[in-house]
Design a protein around this ligand. Structure first.
Ligand SMILES: Cc1cc2nc3c(=O)[nH]c(=O)nc-3n(C[C@H](O)[C@H](O)[C@H](O)COP(=O)(O)OP(=O)(O)OC[C@H]3O[C@@H](n4cnc5c(N)ncnc54)[C@H](O)[C@@H]3O)c2cc1C
Length: 79
């Protein structure tokens, strides 16, 4: 991510690398938050707890900004 930001600031970030980063990082975010939510047990499902909001907020990352399936399609075009 740091490398992508640096490349973007230099005007050197290409579509394929950005798509890879968006897809992989959002997958990681979901995996980490899902694991954290598990620690909370049933409270993790209750909307008044921040972890439940983190779970829904992380889930949408794989959809918006370009769905991850579309990111994979963008990457595949450069292979
Ligand atoms: C909270 C939120 C904020 C948003 N903010 C903005 C914004 O500021 N600006 C903006 O422009 N948009 C915004 N969006 C829209 C967002 O970018 C789209 O939701 C996103 O691009 C996915 O499009 P879609 O919802 O039409 O889903 P669809 O494209 O209909 O996708 C539905 C499903 O089909 C899959 N799919 C779609 N195409 C393919 C394909 N070619 N191959 C395989 N699978 C595919 C998707 O992965 C997904 O699982 C926002 C969305 C949300 C939820």
């Amino acid at each position: 991510m740091d490398d992508c930001i640096a490349k973007h600031l230099r005007g050197e970030l290409d579509v394929s690398t950005a798509a890879m980063a968006k897809s992989w990082l959002s997958e990681q975010q979901c995996a980490v938050v899902d694991r954290c939510l598990q620690l909370f047990g049933g409270y993790g499902y209750m909307l008044e707890y921040p972890i439940a909001r983190m779970f829904t907020d992380s889930r949408v990352q794989k959809i918006y900004g370009g769905a991850n399936e579309v990111m994979k399609e963008l990457v595949s075009r450069t292979l």
